[in-house]
Design a protein around this ligand. Structure first.
Ligand SMILES: NC(=O)c1ccc[n+]([C@@H]2O[C@H](COP(=O)([O-])OP(=O)(O)OC[C@H]3O[C@@H](n4cnc5c(N)ncnc54)[C@H](OP(=O)(O)O)[C@@H]3O)[C@@H](O)[C@H]2O)c1
Length: 438
């Protein structure tokens, strides 16, 4: 019988995800060996200290506080970076690649900031760099885009890829909480970090969108190419009015090909309740993909947490182990084919969507006509108007849905409307996303 190959793994960062990976490698050793056809051995696990309980029993011979013991060990085949952040993660990964080690990371921030440099280094070293856990936690969306959908040219990727934002908006809708109350609840249940700024601002979703865009469209983008808005401006009133009109508000990351241009944006979005993504609630994530051959597909699951993220990291280690065993590492090209239909990125001002708008105006005759006049002058046509109950003395909320309008026209119209004397609060405008991909 041929001897089973041993693949030695070096782990840097034994925090939430790292501890889950270590546990799976130790506790599921036999199952993984049978499924992979190679024995995965956790040879070194590095962290800043090991006094803290981490929910995994690591043999003392394995632990170290010195990352160079992982990088310099000639017997380690795969280095798994799970410390997060830009530095020293970037330097550690580059060093591992330079030393000819395959690398697995879950670090979306690093990939979004320095992906180009890391992919080039992996190519030079002729090794694999895998990152399934960087987007969608336990959802195998990276593998789906790289492998399962390889025959497709995509025209859209729409994702709910930040569980914290989705949880907050879900709680606001289901329990009628304010944004701040919902965020407190998210923190209480461990669904938001102590400093949730990157999640709430849309920054984390933008990191993930940059990665999805690279894989789905073959386009390497800078974070500054993505229009990003967070969810903190969403009010309970808008959630209720949207609900009455048959919509919910979701934190969406959008990469979409329109007329040979690629739109890239992250913002709260009105979705019809019948939209496939409308029922993705709480901390769940989902990525909706439309390809020229498969049509629409939806990938759904837990976007974060120890189990889901570690599940994806172990799947990357297993892929690399198989590649090594079969002599085909590195297997996947890191810079996918650029979508032939895309000539350039679309300027945000040229993006066209339908809008939900809420005006807070003094309750007097002629108000609606004046607002409609401004919109008309900016080429924005109104699909429906809904006057709501008075909220404060003589101030009424007026909610409108528009037909498709250009972003630049909408911005100019909003400036003009907010200068009208009877408009008492800045007007709210939220983009909608039509379920046009069936
Ligand atoms: N948590 C999730 O659900 C999830 C999901 C998908 C992807 N990810 C990604 O996975 C990565 C890890 O996330 P996590 O939640 O596991 O983070 P975490 O719980 O903070 O774990 C990181 C661990 O690395 C240690 N560390 C930091 N710098 C180090 C260094 N220079 N050398 C050795 N150890 C170091 C930290 O120690 P200290 O605590 O003492 O600093 C901590 O124990 C991040 O890139 C994150 O974005 C996380």
């Amino acid at each position: 019988m041929p001897q089973t190959t041993t693949i030695n793994v070096g782990l840097i960062g034994v925090g939430t995800v790292g501890a889950g990976v270590a546990r799976a490698l130790l506790e599921k050793r036999r199952m993984l060996e049978q499924r992979i056809g190679a024995r995965l051995v956790l040879r070194r696990a590095c962290d800043k200290e090991f006094r803290r309980r981490r929910g995994v029993r690591l043999p003392p011979s394995v632990t170290t506080t010195d990352a160079s013991k992982v990088l310099r060990d000639p017997d380690i085949h795969v280095v798994v970076e799970l410390i997060g952040g830009i530095e020293p993660a970037r330097t550690l990964i580059l060093e591992a690649l330079r030393r000819g080690k395959h690398v697995v990371t879950a670090n979306k921030a690093l990939l979004a900031h320095a992906g180009r440099e890391l992919f080039a280094a992996a190519r030079r070293a002729n090794v694999d760099l895998y990152f399934e856990a960087a987007v969608g936690g336990g959802i195998p969306i990276i593998k789906a885009l790289r492998e399962g959908l390889i025959a497709n040219e995509l025209d859209a990727i729409l994702g709910i890829v930040n569980g914290t934002s989705n949880y907050v908006l879900t709680q606001m809708r289901e329990k009628r909480l304010s944004f701040h109350e919902a965020l407190l609840e998210a923190k209480h249940h461990g669904y938001a970090e102590r400093n949730p700024a990157l999640d709430i601002s849309g920054g984390d979703a933008a990191h993930k969108l940059a990665i999805l865009t690279l894989l789905g469209f073959g386009v390497q983008v800078r974070l500054s190419d993505i229009h990003v808005e967070g969810i903190s401006s969403i009010s309970q009133a808008d959630i209720q009015y949207a609900d009455e009109l048959g919509y919910c508000i979701k934190p969406l990351a959008i990469a979409k090909q329109v007329d040979h241009e690629l739109e890239l944006r992250v913002h709260p979005t009105l979705l019809a309740k019948t939209h496939l993504l409308a029922n993705v609630n709480g901390v769940y994530n989902a990525v909706y993909v439309h390809g020229d051959m498969v049509g629409a597909e939806l990938f759904y699951g837990r976007g974060a947490g120890q189990g889901p993220a570690a599940s994806s990291v172990v799947s990357d280690i297993a892929d690399i182990a198989r590649n090594i065993v079969t002599g085909i590492a590195p297997r996947m090209p890191l810079l996918p084919h650029r979508h032939r239909g895309i000539r350039r990125l679309r300027r945000m001002g040229a993006v066209e969507t339908r809008y939900y708008m809420r005006f807070m105006a003094t309750d007097k005759p002629g108000v609606l006509a004046r607002i409609a006049g401004v919109l008309g002058r900016h080429h924005i046509s109104i699909a429906s108007v809904h006057q709501k109950e008075r909220r404060a003395a003589r101030i009424v909320p007026v909610v409108m849905m528009t037909h498709e309008a250009r972003e630049a026209d909408m911005r100019r119209a909003l400036q003009a409307i907010d200068r009208l004397g009877f408009v008492k609060h800045p007007t709210v405008a939220i983009r909608t996303e039509a379920p046009r991909y069936k």
